[in-house]
Design a protein around this ligand. Sequence first.
Ligand code: FE2
Length: 287
Amino acid sequence: MHDTILNQLDRDGFAVVEGFLRDAECEELVAAGLELTRRLPDTPPTVFSTTQPEHEHLKGKYFMESNDKISYFYEKDALDADGKLQVDPSISLNKVGHALHLLHPIFRCYTYSDRVKALCRALHLAEPAVVQSMYIYKNPGVGGEVVPHQDISYLHTEPISPIGFWIALEDATIQNGCLWMARGSHKSGVHRRMLRSPGDRNKCIYDKPAPVYPESSFTPVPVSKGTCILIHGNVVHRSAANRSAASRPAYTFHVVEKKDNNYSEDNWLQEGENAPFLNIYTTSQML
Ligand code: FE2
């Protein structure tokens, strides 16, 4: 089975691992994701207001400082121009990140599980480390699209590319915004990068404009609840907005090879005292 996973990843740039989590396990993660929305402040932080130009800078700072925190990122349509919440808090978030795997007991438990360790072994990773994690809501009606991108644009490693673990916590369908993959595009290099600005290391810039990918490059990859999709760092992928009545939550985290592999100093995400890149094989599931 594991050879097949590696073959799929090499050939297509992604691999589909069905039945990675049981239904009850998905439900535990969805409950944990919903619980996070109950901790939201009544008034979102002013950083999310779009009326004042200096808030763009604060928004960037909030993002850059989320590497060692459980930080909240709202849907664009959930807030008005003054940053006031327009929808129920339970459906207001786009995602939470980027240190759930370190700080949250339930997400940590699944991230450093024996099943994840076994998949890393199947991928022949010698010293795999989780560098970031996100709970993605993709709520019905408000869940926004994710434009085509390569994950390596944000997390550059070489010569071995990062691998995304993307776990569907409900059935992911064409209607509710499943992943779409440009099969084989992982063999086309790194198309652009988001880098820490040489002038201000607390800001990020892109080295090139976003490439335009023909619509015909993408194939939908609908999967059932509990499926894990392994995503090669160089494969181009996207997901559509969720205009259906069904939510499409996912838990996702990124794994990098630490042995004989360079992690770029220009990546926005850097290892820190409170955000260590822990070896999956030797890290406990317990906080
Ligand atoms: Fe991605």
